[in-house]
Each structure stands twice: as structure tokens, then as C-alpha cells.
Write a protein of this length. Sequence first.
Length: 582
Amino acid sequence: MLELQGIAVSPGVAIGKALVFDREGYSLARCLIAREETEREWLRLVEAVEKANQKLEESREHTTATWGQHLGGIFSAQQQLLLDPHVRSETEHLIRDKQYSAEYAVSEVFAKYAAAFRRASSSFLADRASDVRDVERVLLEALSGKPAPTLRELPHEAIVVSHDLTPGETAAFDPSKVLGICTEAGGPGGHTAIVARGMEIPAVVGVGNFLHNIRSGDEVIVDGHLGRIIVSPDDATRERYLLRRKARESIATKLQELRDLPAITSDGVRIELMANVEFPHETEACLARGADGVGLYRTEFLYLGHDSEPTEEEHYQAYLQVVRDMKDRPVVIRTLDLGADKMGMVRPAEPENNPFLGLRSIRLSLRNPALFRVQVRAILRAACAGDCRIMFPMVTTLDELRSARFLLRSVSEDLWAEGNYTPCAVQVGMMVEVPAAVLMLDRFIDEIDFVSIGTNDLTQYTLAVDRSNDSVADLYQACDPAVLRLIQRTHQIVSEHGKSTSVCGEMSNNPAHALLLVGMGIRTLSLTPAAIPIIKKAIRSVTLGQCEAMAWRALRLSTAREVEAFLMNQLAGLVPEIVLQA
């Protein structure tokens, strides 16, 4: 038995036979042509580009129709790369001046771009290397007239194992035949990971070199919850995972019965369970799982993978769809929460040594007021259709909050003056993600309507741990006593002023953590739609007094390990039916 650790990018447990896809790739031998053949070779490439573009357009349309516009947009980005003037110019130079064959010119140019992306300090850009290779594959297929190796004809119940998979290959999977995905390369922000999540296929990426230890037909377990891969499991391990999967399926069926019931403790305390969403189509999952609203609508998808800024109308339509779909339930829209390193249309003057501490989130928006105004205008327009609220991320200073609010007022006045907008009451909140915001919250609180604690970044900035760095991953603990004290202090200040606090980080997805937060006084949790049923079950199984007792004890422990062990022990005693052993 071989057990490997990677990055969990799509939850679920899959058990099946490996199908190793060890692509030979397109490493082409150097091939030169005669001078008189260059024009014909160039025209051959131009024709192939047209065919490849049509192929990508078909993939975009099919993926959009099947999985939604946000996944189809990946192929729009690939079309932009295929038709990029710089790519065209470089391949033409190699053909006309260097007398390269069209295939060899394509291979050289795309290999250079893929390598550049992989070397980028930005994980977002590094993840785009698979898109470059996908475009290269499609273009070389058009040139040769021969399809590259594909995974379209798969046996049932296959675990696809590969060094990497392109978004196009992943999107072509039949979910009834692909039980899970495991790759040596890749990251959580890559398009392949996004596609896998959208298709709800359990997936683990970034495992490292392991293909030499696995063959097609080997039994494999993909644990998309813990990022774990097990090759040739022994009988005990297989049985444990089979029982775990069966238990999850049984629990999921029972939890579905709670969809229309409130998240209320057994002694009558109501907890709001809101949903975190990234794309407009996710509202269907929110409603299907009984969400009370959208507590965090991430808007970054409008910017990622594009070389131009999204228009106000694109913003507006995306926000309007969610507000309407949620049918008068509250929708909290977070303004842009990206660094300049991840955006095609805004670049820092020089590469940032540490983007997490650089020009990002509200800082980036305030530095680019024209970009910021477009988004705020769209949010205010969408707010006329329902209970829509606006939230500013990574607020660190009072000047930042005041500047953002000033721009909000200015935009509202402009819309009113234009004559096609009726002002409506829009609640304004801020995310608490840095210790400075907690320390100064008594100054912030009079200028906001609500607070949302982003525990992912609050943990990262409090403990000085890069949550994407494997070398220090063990130090990233949301239940570290220092983080818990900051959460407690935040809630105390906000409640003293009669305003609301929610928690929208990963902590809310964990039943034990959720009960701890309830015991600390939090009455609104925002979590992934899939986690809502199990958190609702946990809350309905306990009293507020039991949660408060958990919190009282947990806040007096000294280490994150002690806190986690205590919480899991408490959960096992209070709600044993939802405790599943890893």
C-alpha cells in the first residue's frame, strides 16, 4: 500500500481502478523547410488556427450548455491565447525567417510560454501553463489532422491518473465513467481544478512524482476531503473508506430531509446559515440545501482569465441573477479580492516579493478608482432588485474604509443624477481579516452595518503562515488560541454596538468549529452550500448551553492541538452520527 498527500481541490471519496494517462506530449524534432516553402507553410498554419479556434468555440459552447457559463469561459480565455498577436508574430517569425515547419514553430512558441508561466511567482499564472498546453494540443491536431491521445473512451469506474490534465481534457470527461482524478502537478487555482469542482468529481492535484509507482488497473482511493491518495490499499484501509463513503451517503440522504427546517438549537436559538458562492449558477445549490441567503458572493470570476476589465453590464447581470434567484433572501457581495499579480488588466509596476502583503483587495480597488466605480455601480443597480449588501475585503485602516464609503456615496449620487436609478438602502460591511482590523474595530464599527470574519486570512496574518506553503502548512490552524481570541474580541465589540457578526471562512464548514463559534456568540455562519446540511444537523442536535460550555473550555486551552482534540471529542459525544473517521 502506498499513501500520498496532495492538494484537495474537489471533495468526495472515490474508489476504483486506475487509468494511467501518461501523455507523450508534443516534443517535436527540429524540422526545417526550404525558403520557397515558407509562404505555403505560413498559410497552412493560418488555416489551422481557424480550425483550432472553431474547435475551442465548440468546446466553449458545449461546456457552457452542460456545466455553466463560468466553466465555458475558460475556453474563451484559451481562444484569446490562440489568437494573441504576439503568439502569431512569433510563430510567423520562426516560419518565415528561421524556416521552421509550422508544427515545430508552434511547439517552440507554446513551450516558451508554458515555461514562462510555470516560472511565475504568482500561483495563478503558474496554473495557466495547462491552458497553454491545451491550446497547443488543439492547434497541432488541426495541423496534423490527427487527434492527440484523449480520455474520451474510458471504462466505467475509472480513476484517471496523470502528470497533469488540461481543462479541455477534464471538461470532456463523462462523470458517470470518471470516479476521481489525481495528478502529479497542478494547484487549487488552476482551471483543471475549477472544472473538476464544477463537475463535482473528487480530485486531488499536486501530489508530486508518483506515476512510476502506479499502473493502469491498480486499485486507487482518492480522498478529495483530505487530499489523500492511496494506491493498492490493504483490506482494512479499503473497508474503512467503503464504510466512510457509505456513511456519508446515508447521512447525506437523511440531511436532505432538513432542507426546509431552520438551523435552530434544541433550546430554540436560531442560527443563520448563509452560503459562500463563486458563480451565479451556484444559487441552485444554495436553495436546494436550504441556505438562508448568500453570505459571501465572491466576484473574482469576472476578472480571472481575462485581459480586459469586465464591463458594468457584465457585473450587473452576474449580480442581478444571484439577487433574483435568491428570492428576497440577503445577498452579500464582496468587492474585488485579488492581488494585482492575478489580474490581466492591472499590473504592479514591479513584481511583488510578497503579494499577500502587497497591492490587493480594497487597496487595489482604491488605487484603481475607475475599475472600482464600475463594480460599485453594478452592485448598487442590482440592489434595487432585492436584499443586496456590499462588503469590502481586507480593510486595515479607517482611511481605507472611509475612502471606500466616499466612493460608494459618489457613485450613488451619479446614478441618481443620471435619472435611471432609485436609491435604495444598502447595508455596508467590512471583512475582518487582519489583526489590525480587530484592534481598531471600536473605531470602525460606527461606520459600518455589519462585520464578516474571514477566518482563512485572519489565521494566515495572525500566525504569519502562508496557507499555500506546504513547508509551514502544519502551523496554519484556525483554532489556534490567538485566532480564537481575535474572533471573540471582534464579536464582543460588534455586539456591544448592536450590530451583527458572521463568520465566512473555512471554519464554518467544520461541524465542531461551527458549534464552537455558536458558543462564542456567533449567530450567522456562511459556508459552502454542500456543507449546510451537516452543519444544520449539528446545530439542531445541541443546546446553546452545550455550545457555550464548549467555547468556555476551548478558550482556556493553550495550543491549537489541544483545542482540536477537545472539539472533536465533544462533537463525538454530542452528535456521534456525523463524526466520520479519516
